[in-house]
Design a protein around this ligand. Structure first.
Ligand code: TPP
Length: 811
């Protein structure tokens, strides 16, 4: 039985073969075509103006050197193509009354999106200072890539943008994230042909196997085949036409090619193609929605093959510029040093005939302004691109009802994430009508212990299925593809358009999206200071397969460094939680799902492990974020001899095991146990909004007593966070030291000297009053470590006294 016979993947009404739409037709009447061309010229004029002009915005007088900016920054090459796309999208939005947003993959085409949102009026509505007149034009031009002005990309400041496009590669994943659960939305996504070489973009073409034509919207990719990157050709432009067609067909798309450089022919071809694409999208959706037919369609896409730097200077200093890599940034780089460049610049600007486009006062002529869609149909004003406007609170079950039963500290647990699963299941269930919550992961929802989700939902999957497959359906709340980039990109797009979600991932492999996290955190930082941008739901990472329990995976899967990376970002954005047990995990996750505009990193275990806190105690502990565990401490009313601090589930276990040894063997020692759930509590309050004040920190950690700190991740992060604290020089941190392999759970801690025996020995080394008793105990623990090694080498498992250890202290 072949896959094809199981699931036909081509709708009868979608053509199986691509078409090239480069012939003239009669999709738009000549009068409209000329207006569309004029609008395009206006956008191109504004784009060149933004890159170059300091003054004289309407060229009312001959261009002088003083009219040109001193520092010329920006990217011209991609811009005319994006302007061309934007004006044509405007046309079809009006024609079909589309709910459409625009994602600019090569977001360095900032002049295009800024210029177009200015032309359609949204820019001036948000920034009244950039008015629709000559003075507004002058300011629009000056502010671009100018100190105190706006960035050169499709940045958060730009209305209609959900994707800055500074770091290339994520446009298509973001677009699909935006389209999920938005059945009436079409996301027009411009993909740079250079961007298409990145891994994330290359895998994102597969998103079409996850889109449900009934309950999701559509993505219309427009591959901008302008042939070049910065100084190289692009691969997709240097393979044969047939290869490119086959590649895109192989990804399951129906590509339509719009190719050429003659504006009139190109307008006609683009208009015809967009009509076909939109009608095809509608047919696919109607077919699916009226017949309940969710079979995977071959969605249309467009390949726009037009010259890089189209309509710009053709030859500069004897070298071809238009249609080459030389047009990528600023084609005329230094008019001050080359007077002939000033002349070329003026000719270039005047080639758009601004006097035909703008009236005397600098306003776009009314017949051209009328080409833009109206109100929230304008892509710069579409609420989906300012997701907080559409954000609705999740319906939340009471997390306390999912509590692990903790009769006494050390009660046996089933694995913290397994306790969380039913809570997330019910979040999915309660919000199934709102359709605004999804769980993303690279095929780890089951292995990360969230199996309960599949009691109420499925993995969304629109490719073929076979009888032994599990939990696959055309629609579902779980999104799984083995690409961390894809999961992250989808989730970001989903959040940016006003929905909620969780990304569950192996701790070691979340590093794959370090850079995407960076970009999202930057986006959140900037948007949190833009009053017109509404707050969105937080990006929640659940890292459930963590460094300490990679029993069958080993060294490659052991890396707790993501949080080192995360804490680099602005304190107002990042939060890191290490719940020590299941009830704390429930409390933390409830908080994260309700929070706004943060990146929350939650690290939790999935293996059976002791439970410490009742739900009531967990809620208090997590609300405070850090605290003394009085039931484990014996320093009540007296200054402690040592503080045993712990952060993370495994370090907490080892710390408590160490404390039980110390309390039994060195009963006079006064020990304080401090547990940290919210890592940011360690930073000074001046550095992080969660940070403890010095006085509170000193009360917990003392001003002068040794602190033995068992930490989940690399030890120096604790030093980095506490280096300003009074008692910093007494803080001795044990954590992951890059020692790993396939071994027993306890041996992992031994290899990294985070185990209970090393922790006890640390205390003996640092607390002189342990005296002779301490020296004897230390010798016994050294022997124990040898016994441990011999035992695991022989039995392949931890010693019974480790496996069956239970919390108990002499009363
Ligand atoms: C991930 C990433 N790597 C490198 C760059 C640097 N860069 C900026 S533009 C560019 C070329 C982009 O080419 P393409 O996507 O085809 O866009 P266009 O030609 O339309 O400008 C590169 C490599 C980047 N922005 N992001």
């Amino acid at each position: 039985m072949t896959i094809e016979t199981l699931t036909p993947d081509v709708l009868p009404n979608t053509p199986p073969f691509p078409k090239t739409m480069n012939a003239t037709g009669n999709t738009i009447l000549p009068e409209l075509l000329h207006k569309v061309d004029a609008y395009w010229r206006a956008a191109n004029y504004l784009s060149v103006g933004q890159i170059y002009l300091y003054d004289n915005p309407l060229l009312k007088r001959p261009l002088a050197l003083g009219d040109v900016k001193h520092m010329l920054l920006g990217h011209w090459g991609t811009t005319p193509g994006q302007n061309f796309i934007y004006v044509h999208l405007n046309r079809i939005i009006r024609k079909y009354d589309l709910d459409m947003i625009y994602v600019s993959g090569p977001g360095h085409g900032g002049p295009a999106v800024v210029g177009n949102t200015y032309l359609e009026g949204t820019y001036s509505e948000i920034y009244p200072n950039i008015s629709q007149d000559e003075e507004g034009l002058r300011k629009l031009f000056i502010q671009f890539s100018f100190p105190g002005g706006i960035p050169s990309h499709a940045s958060p400041e730009c209305p209609g943008s959900i994707h800055e496009g500074g770091e290339l590669g994520y446009s298509l994943s973001h677009s699909f994230g935006a389209a999920f659960d938005n059945p009436n939305l079409i996301v027009a996504c411009v993909v740079g042909d250079g961007e298409a070489e990145t891994g994330p973009l290359a895998t994102a073409w597969h998103s079409n196997k996850f889109l449900d034509p009934i309950t999701d919207g559509a993505v219309l990719p427009i591959l901008h085949l302008n042939g070049y990157k910065i100084s190289n050709p692009t691969l997709l432009a240097r393979i044969t036409h047939v290869e490119l067609e086959n590649l895109l067909c192989g990804y399951g798309w129906t590509p339509y090619f719009v190719e050429g450089h003659e504006p009139e022919l190109m307008h006609e071809a683009m208009a015809t193609t967009l009509d076909i694409a939109v009608e095809q999208i509608r047919t696919i959706q109607q077919e699916a929605r009226s017949h309940g037919n969710a079979v995977r369609p071959r969605w249309p896409m467009i390949v726009l093959n037009s010259p890089k730097g189209w309509t710009g200077p053709k030859i500069v200093d004897g070298l071809q510029v238009e249609g080459t890599f030389r047009s990528h940034q600023v084609p005329l780089s230094d008019p001050a040093a080359h007077p002939e460049h000033l002349k070329l610049l003026e000719e270039w600007l005047r080639s758009y005939r601004p006097e035909e486009l703008f009236d005397e006062k600098g306003r776009l002529k009314p017949d051209l302004a009328a080409l833009a869609p109206e109100g929230s149909r304008r892509m710069g004003a579409n609420p989906h691109a300012n997701g907080g406007i559409l954000l609705r609170d999740l319906r939340m079950p009471d997390f306390r009802e999912y509590a692990a039963n903790v009769t006494s500290p050390g009660a046996r647990g089933i694995g913290d994430v397994h306790v969380l699963g039913p809570f997330l299941r019910d979040v999915a269930k309660l919000n199934s009508e709102q359709r605004n919550f999804r769980v993303f992961g690279p095929d780890e929802t089951l292995s990360n212990g969230l199996e309960a989700l599949f009691e109420v939902t499925q993995r969304q999957w629109n490719a073929a299925t076979l009888p032994n497959d599990e939990f696959l359906a055309p629609t579902g709340r779980v999104m799984e593809m083995l690409s961390e980039h894809q999961c992250e990109g989808w989730l970001e797009g989903y959040l940016l358009t006003g929905r909620h979600g969780v990304f569950n991932c192996y701790e070691a492999f979340i590093h794959i999206v370090d850079s995407m996290f960076n970009q999202h955190a930057k986006w959140l930082k900037v948007t949190s200071h833009l009053p017109w941008r509404r707050k969105i739901a937080s990006l929640n990472y659940l890292l459930a397969s963590h460094v300490w329990r990679q029993d069958h995976n080993g060294f490659t899967h052991q890396d707790p460094g993501f949080i080192d990376h995360v804490v680099n970002k602005k304190a107002e954005i990042v939060r890191v939680y290490l719940p020590p047990d299941a009830n704390c995990l429930l409390s933390v996750m409830d908080h994260c799902l309700r929070s706004r505009h943060y990146v929350n990193v939650v690290i939790a275990g999935k293996h059976p492990a002791p439970q410490w806190l009742t739900m009531d105690a967990a809620v208090k502990h997590c609300t405070e974020g850090i605290g003394i565990w009085q039931w484990a401490s014996n320093d009540q009313g007296i200054a402690p001899d040592v503080v045993m601090a712990c952060c993370g589930d495994v370090p907490t276990l080892e710390t408590l095991a160490a404390v039980s040894i110390l309390r039994e063997r060195l009963p006079d020692l006064k020990i304080r146990v401090v547990n940290v759930v919210d890592l940011m509590k360690l930073q000074p309050h001046t550095e992080h909004p969660h940070g403890l004040r010095d006085i509170d920190f000193d009360e917990l950690f003392t001003k002068d007593r040794p602190v033995i700190f068992a930490f989940h991740a690399y030890p120096w992060l604790i030093h980095r966070l506490t280096y300003r604290r009074t008692n910093h020089e007494n803080i001795h941190v044990r954590g992951y030291k890059e020692e790993g392999t396939i071994t027993t759970a306890f041996d992992m801690t031994v290899l990294n000297e985070l185990d209970r025996f090393h922790l006890v020995m640390d205390v003996i080394d640092r607390v002189p009053q342990t005296g002779e008793q301490g020296i004897y105990l230390k010798q016994q623990l050294k022997d124990k470590l040898i016994e441990h090694k011999q035992y695991i080498d022989k039995n392949g498992d931890d010693m019974p006294e480790i496996r069956s250890w239970k919390w108990s202290v002499p009363q």
